[in-house]
Design a protein around this ligand. Structure first.
Ligand code: AKG
Ligand code: FE2
Length: 351
């Protein structure tokens, strides 16, 4: 005990337990009968899946999908490239380091809720470049570009990432269609929001940790985007805060499955019908772990607010509209300046 830098040490109430509870009952949903372009008229087969998705979003905020249509070679390729990238020396990795000007690339000092995460990451956006507000100032209309920083090694990383991103976008549209249908909306209800998407992918590497019960790979948090599609390897460590009793439960790895979770934006759009759920990553002292989340995010100019179709006099909007781009910039800012305040959250816009 006590071998690690105090910056990593979680308050006792947030530490992982010695034994963990396996998440029983996180729905495993088979997408094999879902065509890429689900029309508004769901067939009888698809109706069952739509109901399963709706129930999973309500009861868990999390589910897993199989037969999702993402070719396993593409997943393998990005996973292999990620391993090669992180196996390099810190000096090499820092050549594509995130800094005040470049917000994407390699980063090994991320804090979640002001405690350092036991991990290193490599971030890249789907759109190259990604357009985003130039400042957090509400009245500043100027925009800027975020550009990816690609490392020289491994040489296949860039293409592997770009190809994988296209697969993630396809699956994300399919999932958003199912979510829309489950809310009683037209299948394409959400599509327009993603035209100039700010989606990004993060390669996560969690090295073995000498004190796994003091630190976390990622501290408890909710994802700020619309929906997250996560590939985790066979090590395990992702924990979800179960809605029924607030217990942290472990999502055991299922080979070739993706873990899907509702993000804050779906929570706002659905006016709290579907909630974004707290999750975290527990580390261990023996095996390094890799994961790849894809965060499907609308365009920066999106005004995020409860959908009119889902609100009425009895169920008024629970949130004020917020500008997504400004929200993203505010978050980045607080991460950088290590302001001793928690990141901006959707709860700031709660009415
Ligand atoms: O590594 C994981 O399993 C999850 C990571 C995560 O929640 C995130 O990066 O937002
Ligand atoms: Fe997350």
């Amino acid at each position: 005990m006590g071998e690690i830098d105090p910056a990593f040490i979680q308050d006792p109430q947030h530490r992982s337990k010695i034994s963990f509870t396996e998440a029983q009952g996180i729905p495993l949903i088979d997408l094999s009968h879902i065509p890429t372009h689900t029309s508004d008229k769901v067939s009888a087969v698809n109706e069952g899946v739509v109901r399963e998705i709706g129930d999973a979003c309500k009861e868990w905020g999390f589910f897993q999908v199989i037969n999702h249509g993402v070719p396993s070679e593409k997943r393998q390729r990005i996973e292999d490239a990620s391993r090669k990238f992180f196996a390099q020396s810190l000096e090499e990795k820092r050549k594509v380091r995130r800094n005040d000007k470049e917000v994407l690339g390699y980063f090994d000092t991320e804090n979640t809720k002001n405690v350092r995460d036991w991990k290193e990451v490599f971030d890249f956006t789907v759109e190259e470049p990604t357009i985003i507000p130039a400042s957090h100032e509400p009245d500043d209309k100027e925009v800027t570009e975020w550009n990816n920083q690609w490392p020289d090694y491994p040489s296949e990383l860039r293409e592997a990432c770009q190809e994988y991103a296209q697969e993630m976008v396809k699956l994300a549209y399919k999932l958003m269609e199912l979510v829309a249908l489950s809310l009683g909306l037209p299948g394409d209800k959400f599509h327009g929001f993603f035209k100039d998407q700010t989606s990004f992918i993060r390669l996560n590497h969690y090295p073995p940790c000498p004190d796994p019960h003091l630190a976390l790979g990622v501290g408890r948090h909710k994802d700020a985007g619309a929906i997250t599609i996560l590939a985790q390897d066979d090590v395990g460590g992702l924990e979800v805060k179960r809605k029924t009793d607030g217990e942290w439960v472990r999502v055991n790895p299922t080979p070739d499955a993706y873990i899907i979770n509702v993000g804050d934006i779906i929570q706002v759009w659905s006016n709290d019908k579907y909630e974004s759920v707290d999750h975290r990553v527990v580390v261990n002292s023996k095996r390094e772990r890799f994961s790849i989340p894809f965060l499907f995010n609308p365009a920066h100019y999106t005004l995020v607010k409860p959908l009119e179709e889902l609100t009425n006099e009895q169920n008024p909007a629970k949130y004020r509209a917020y500008n997504l781009g400004k929200f993203i910039i505010n978050r980045k800012r607080s991460n950088f300046q290590k302001l001793n305040v928690e990141n901006i959250q959707i709860s700031h816009f709660r009415i």
